[in-house]
Design a protein around this ligand. Structure first.
Ligand code: BES
Ligand code: ZN
Ligand code: ZN
Length: 501
């Protein structure tokens, strides 16, 4: 899909579908929608009345133009409540509109920028949001479908019209560029997770990371099992020892042109398949466990935007990629293992493997003394129970940093909800024979048990843990994409790194 900007009167543009909008409860149609209605001799007004179209957020109404204007059809998209209008309303509206246009088999779609007339929303942000969502909403993964089952690819071209305010054209173009880059990064994350563990092995993740690094002129290091052993990564390697797939520890570095404002470490959990190991998962819980590398997909997706977005902070990305498999070589419940920082872990459940791999990922990066550490991980089923696929769980040792990340996430349309970490929770991972256990109190505060474990390795560096186990996978398609992997985390990280860090 291609999004471009045009500066032309709406009613003169030739396209398959022209998208206009309506706030909920609007009495008189005005602005761009009004202009098109005028060119259509009041047809929009008439059909809105006939169909009792209310303008609810994301609802659509399709109108044939009968040759009165060059556009074949007009889709009116509901913007919802004017008082509550924000970037998320634009997301809902644009996603609804592009999906309706796709149903109409449109090739060229033309849209006004929703809601910027109100002055509450920045033009560039609006253009970025429309671009992002329009591309993500019609994302498809059809690489594995046989030729005869594949629907022919319909390239949709979207034109964003800036007729009402010519001076804003530059902002719109900048927004489109940024939105395109971000949507591409999130699509890469979705592709990586969807592909599946049989081919999306640690080796393949490392190869994708190499490609991303090359394209963005970033430094990359990939450590194999032996190199990890030399560094003393006994935790990461314990998880990896049950699998025939060689583990890969991946580090990518971005340095800005000027003096970096700060150094931020972003870490993504990279379990390419989580069987649970010897603490084997039941069959149905395993069905979606190719998604246990969603954190790594999100951070690699983020790094894929560096050449274009050029944030002014230094970034170190870490992924400790491995499978978690049962076998004669697998680590066992009861095993005591030693992480790179010397701390020992009593493994009580081999299915709590994510935190074990993160122990070494965090220990490794802490040596570089970053100013902040952010980890994204499909860490716990408990977080899915608590927040569903609606929100990510945020846990932290630094409220100021968490506040910024929560804001960046919510603004980017990836909901963040904080869970508390209390000293009582920290007590629950005490071990009788080692520095900690890898589980916690049974059936209680599961998401926090994971967080306080990771916290043991961050050495008081400001740190935010984002448990993405819920939103990384949706069981039903939503307005932002098909069911399955969502690529969550990319938009939050990019928004944070470029606007809030
Ligand atoms: N990868 C899972 C968490 C998960 C569950 C992600 C559901 C996505 C959807 C993780 O490795 C895991 O199995 N965690 C255990 C920890 C427990 C054994 C302490 C869990 O949550 O049950
Ligand atoms: Zn697990
Ligand atoms: Zn896992």
């Amino acid at each position: 899909m291609k999004v471009i900007s045009k500066n032309q009167k709406l009613e003169n543009i030739s396209c398959d579908v022209l998208i206009v909008n309506l706030f909920e409860g609007t009495k008189t149609i005005s602005g761009d929608t009004g202009a098109v209605d005028l060119a259509l001799d009041g047809l929009i007004k008439k059909i809105i009345k006939e169909e009792d179209f209310k303008g609810k957020a994301g609802s659509t109404l399709t109108i044939r133009t009968n040759g009165l204007i060059p556009a074949k059809k007009v889709i009116v998209i509901g913007l919802g409540d004017k008082e509550k209008f924000d970037l998320n309303s634009i997301r809902k509206a644009s996603a609804g509109a592009i999906r309706a246009a796709k149903r109409e088999k449109a090739k060229i779609v033309c849209t006004i920028l929703h809601g910027i007339g109100e002055g509450k929303i920045d033009t560039k942000d609006a253009a970025q949001t429309v671009t992002e969502v329009s591309q993500l909403a019609i994302y498809e993964f059809d690489r594995f479908k046989s030729k005869d089952k594949k629907e022919p690819k319909k390239e949709i071209q979207t034109l964003i019209i800036a007729e009402s305010d010519k001076s804003k054209l530059k902002d719109i173009e900048a927004g489109i560029k940024r939105g395109t880059v971000i949507a591409r990064a999130q699509a890469l994350a979705r592709d990586m997770v969807t592909e599946s563990a049989i081919t999306m092995t640690p080796t393949k993740i490392a190869n994708i990371a190499r490609k991303v690094a090359k394209e963005n002129k970033l430094k990359i290091k990939v450590l194999d099992r032996e190199a990890c052993r030399r560094l003393g990564m006994g935790a990461f390697l314990a998880v990896a020892q049950g699998s025939d797939e060689p583990p890969k520890f991946i580090e990518i570095k971005y340095t800005p042109k000027g003096k970096p404002k700060k150094h931020i470490a972003i870490i993504g959990k990279g379990i390419t398949f989580d069987s649970g190991g010897l603490s084997l998962k039941p069959a149905n819980s395993m069905e979606t466990m190719k998604d246990d590398m969603s954190g790594s997909a999100a951070v690699i997706g983020t790094m894929s935007t560096m050449r274009e977005l050029q944030p002014d902070v230094a970034i170190t990305m870490i992924v400790a990629a491995t499978e978690n498999m049962p076998s004669g070589k697998a680590y066992r419940p009861g095993d005591v293992i030693r992480a790179m920082n010397g701390k020992t872990i009593e493994v009580l459940n081999t299915d709590a493997e994510g935190r074990v791999t993160l122990a070494d990922a965090v220990s490794y990066v802490v040596r570089q003394k970053p100013d902040e550490i952010i980890d994204l991980a499909t860490l716990t089923g408990a977080c899915v129970v608590a927040l569903g696929d609606t929100a990510n769980g945020v846990m932290t040792n630094n409220q100021k940093l968490a506040d910024k990340i929560i804001k960046a996430g919510n603004e980017a349309g990836e909901r963040m909800w904080q869970l508390p970490l209390y000293d009582e929770d920290r007590e629950k991972i005490k071990s009788d024979i080692a520095d900690m256990i890898n589980t916690g109190s049974k059936g209680k505060s599961g998401a926090q048990n994971g967080a306080v474990f990771i916290e043991k390795f961050v050495n008081d560096i400001p740190w935010v843990h984002i448990d993405i186990a819920g939103p990384s996978w949706i069981d039903k398609e939503n307005e932002y994409g098909p069911k399955g992997p969502t690529g969550v985390g990319v938009r939050t990280l990019i928004n944070y790194l470029t606007n809030y860090a």
